[in-house]
Design a binder for this molecule. Structure first.
Ligand SMILES: [Zn+2]
Length: 330
């Protein structure tokens, strides 16, 4: 038996005993005890075999079943690679449903609000994404924009992404400054997220007069496109989720009409070409120099075309999000 399975055994045993008790109680109250009988026998057998050889081992290939799969289903008898076509199809449907739910968390596309125009692109490397992207406009005219990247990828990262979404949605509107908002979100995220997960993010607030307050928690620097120049807004704090009491500060900037702010995740800047060069090193600044007068929608489109051309024939290895915010004025 592996150390990994042994380490989880006490939790699995408690979980299985809970199941057994619940099943016994349900069977007692139910007129149809037959439907509980089979499952109850399986749970009892699993409790008995816990700690013996054979528990946590795939009955098809005899390899150990992954720890994550066992904690999801302590009765699992097959590893993922030995799933039947029916089981794989069910898993695929599950991921499709998760993808749909994640899509519903995304903000309105091509938002026009109070002198600002925002366009974004959100694309996952796998079935679901660990990137975080949101826009919240308030009745008082303020526009909050958020972009982030949860460590890791796939389903685990997407669950944490939806947690970030819920945390910020519930805090925005409380009248906090962005640094205080990130501090509170960091505390909630750190308290509810197991190590070693964390998230880098940028949280910004845009006012009608072009003023922006930006807090960058360890994320790739947003770029300000102003008057033919490109300047970076560096991180002002650590990624969130690492330390509960972390303090954050913010940067104030003012955008004039026609200025743009470009935010992105490292799926863009770290996209690689066949020479193993990163897109963010030379090509991104060069492109922005050429086309910084494009409207937000066209700028995002042009960036995506360019990064695809750059990384041609290399499949995307990371989730990718790009957001362009343009001050169009009233
Ligand atoms: Zn197997």
């Amino acid at each position: 038996m592996s150390a990994a399975i042994q380490a989880t055994t006490p939790d699995l045993r408690t979980e299985l005993i809970n199941w057994k008790e619940r099943l016994e109680a349900s069977a007692k109250d139910s007129a149809d005890t037959f439907q509980f009988g089979g499952l109850l026998r399986e749970v009892k057998a699993a409790i008995e075999s816990l700690g013996h050889e054979g528990y946590g081992v795939c009955q098809v290939c005899h390899d150990l079943i992954g720890q994550a799969a066992m904690s999801l289903d302590p009765l699992a008898k097959t590893c993922l690679s030995c799933f039947t076509p029916e089981q794989l199809s069910e898993l695929e449907k599950d991921l499709d449903r998760a993808w749909l739910i994640q899509g519903e968390l995304l903000p309105k596309q091509n938002l026009k609000f109070n002198g600002w125009e925002v366009s974004y692109h959100y694309e996952s490397a796998g079935p679901v994404s660990g990137d975080y992207c949101d826009l919240v406009s308030l009745d008082n005219g303020e526009l909050y924009f958020l972009i982030g990247d949860v460590s890791g990828k796939g389903v685990a990262a997407s669950l944490l992404m939806s947690r970030l979404h819920a945390i910020f949605r519930s805090l925005i509107g409380a009248g906090l400054g962005v640094s205080e908002l990130v501090e509170r979100a960091n505390q909630l995220f750190a308290e509810s997220t197991m190590r070693p997960y964390y998230a880098t993010l940028v949280c910004g607030k845009a006012a009608t007069n072009g003023e922006m307050e930006i807090c960058n928690a360890g994320h790739v620097a947003p770029l300000l496109l102003h008057d033919g120049n490109v300047s970076a807004i560096a991180a002002t704090g650590l990624p969130i989720g690492m330390f509960c009491q972390e303090r954050y500060s913010s940067t104030q900037i003012k955008l004039g009409q026609g200025d743009r702010l470009l935010l992105y995740t490292d799926g863009l800047s770290e996209a690689r070409n066949h020479d193993d060069c990163e897109y963010g090193d030379d090509r991104l600044p060069a492109l922005l120099g050429e086309c910084q007068k494009l409207p937000a929608v066209a700028l995002v489109k042009r960036l995506l075309e360019d990064v695809s051309e750059f990384s041609l024939a290399r499949p995307r290895s990371d989730d990718l999000t790009v957001m362009a915010i343009e001050m169009v004025g009233h």
